[in-house]
Design a binder for this molecule. Structure first.
Ligand SMILES: CC(C)(COP(=O)(O)OP(=O)(O)OC[C@H]1O[C@@H](n2cnc3c(N)ncnc32)[C@H](O)[C@@H]1OP(=O)(O)O)[C@@H](O)C(=O)NCCC(=O)NCCS
Length: 184
């Protein structure tokens, strides 16, 4: 599904949310390399981001064309700030009521309410799609993300101990969280 341009005001800044176009592919690969270096709480190290611009364009196309997926880009005063997305967990009848979501914004745009605004919009789209629950994984120690998710109604439902092993030999858990949309 494709989100047409929407505007919001946040602390005096213009926030524009919109779906992605194929031409955004290169920008999204650069963004992924940067945010993966800014935080230990994403999937991998920046030198492990190997997507080509074409692969990213395909990722964008899949989200735009599917009726159970969406990718939302956020711009603060016209500058690209990050994105969030959801997809169905799986195509089978037993799992198609579950949506999986993810979000990351550049470090300089964290902490001023953008994540809350983006997720609120994303959850609305997930509900409108008919999903019964939204699910996500957050790395143990990511207190800001955990707090944000909890305040939006997500509840912790399980942990994979030491799911993340860092180059310095330390570990962090993966925490699974779920938002029950039927209860709302
Ligand atoms: C996680 C992320 C998406 C949140 O977006 P954001 O715009 O920074 O978050 P917001 O400003 O909307 O909200 C953050 C909330 O956490 C709170 N917070 C900030 N630091 C905190 C901390 N150390 N402990 C607990 N709460 C904290 C803020 O007060 C705010 O809560 P409030 O609205 O109740 O006051 C963003 O920080 C990010 O992309 N981080 C890097 C990548 C990442 O971690 N992605 C998530 C992977 S699961």
């Amino acid at each position: 599904m494709f989100l047409n341009e929407e505007h919001y005001e946040l602390n005096g800044h213009d926030i524009m949310l919109r779906g992605a176009a194929a031409e955004d592919g290169a920008m999204l690969v650069d963004y992924l390399k940067t945010v993966c270096g800014e935080t230990p709480f994403l999937l991998c190290y920046p030198d492990e981001v190997h997507y080509t611009d074409e692969q990213e364009a395909e990722f964008i196309k899949e989200h735009n064309e599917a009726d159970d997926a969406m990718l939302i880009l956020a711009f603060v005063d016209g500058q690209y700030a990050g994105n969030c997305s959801f997809t169905s967990i799986g195509p089978s009848r037993r799992s198609k009521h579950r949506a999986d979501l993810g979000i990351a914004v550049f470090l300089k745009y964290t902490g001023f309410g953008l994540g809350r605004l983006m997720l609120t919009r994303l959850i609305k789209a997930i509900k409108e799609c008919g999903f019964e629950q939204a699910e996500l994984t957050v790395v143990g120690g990511n207190e800001r993300a955990y707090h944000l998710y909890e305040s939006l109604g997500f509840r912790e439902c399980g942990r994979i101990p030491n799911a993340n092993r860092y180059d310095d030999g330390t570990y962090a858990d993966d925490i699974h969280m779920v938002l029950n949309l039927k209860a709302e």
